[in-house]
Ligand binder design. Structure first.
Ligand SMILES: [Mg+2]
Length: 216
């Protein structure tokens, strides 16, 4: 099996939730929005944000600002606030030094996911990035895993590992794509999803496992 490691982004390599609160607070302060808009944003964008959400925001609250401008403001604020989980940059650097090919498979809008990857320094440690917005297909759809492998210039059929925190998208999707899987525990495990090959407490443990695993 080749040394390919595909990583989820939000909740796996980076802490989206802390950045999200900061971005919404900053955006509301900048535009002098009150608690109604702040609560709407915190609810509607809790899992993921797209440009269309800001068009909905403008129509819901009859705002005069352009939705495109607000979206760009939000993207910039998320990129400025988001941070890697401890040990991520060092861990990815060690994997690369050990001959691993590193890819990202993430659901989300292409511009915001790439802005976060660039701002955290992850981009330059990866061989290929596949964002669901690139293809309009989302994990667990196997096409997104294939795109990541292609962009890493490897074949998905030669195997590898998928590492993520979402049972269905990351572990179910990775399993269907023929990959071994490492799950970062935290969410309830749905019984219909095949068990991960490895379960860990955090990303540092996942990377340590990869660094010590032997290719077959
Ligand atoms: Mg995730």
């Amino acid at each position: 099996m080749q040394r390919l490691a595909l990583f989820d982004l939000d909740g796996t390599l980076v802490d989206r939730s802390a950045a999200f609160g900061d971005a919404v607070t900053g955006l509301c302060a900048q535009h002098r929005y009150g608690a109604d808009i702040r609560n709407w944003l915190l609810t509607e964008l809790a899992d993921r944000a797209y440009a269309d959400d800001f068009a909905r925001l403008c129509s819901t609250f009859t705002l005069s600002e352009s939705a495109g401008h607000l979206w760009q403001d939000y993207v910039d604020r998320m990129a400025a606030s988001v941070t890697c989980h401890p040990g991520v940059i060092e861990g990815l650097t060690c994997l690369r030094a050990g001959g691993w090919t590193i890819g990202i498979v993430t659901n989300g809008a292409s511009d915001i996911q790439r802005a976060k990857l660039a701002a955290t320094g992850i981009t330059k440690l990866t061989d290929g990035i596949a964002v669901s917005g690139d293809l309009d297909v989302r994990k667990p759809d196997g096409r997104l895993f294939r795109l990541a492998a292609t962009r890493c210039r490897v074949r998905l059929a030669d195997g590898g590992w998928m590492i993520g925190d979402n049972p269905s998208a990351d572990i179910g999707g990775g399993h269907q794509a023929g990959l071994r899987t490492i799950w970062l525990r935290g969410r309830p495990w749905p019984p219909e999803i095949p068990a991960p090959h490895q379960t860990v407490d955090d990303i540092t443990d996942a990377i340590d496992f990869l660094l010590t695993t032997r290719p077959e």
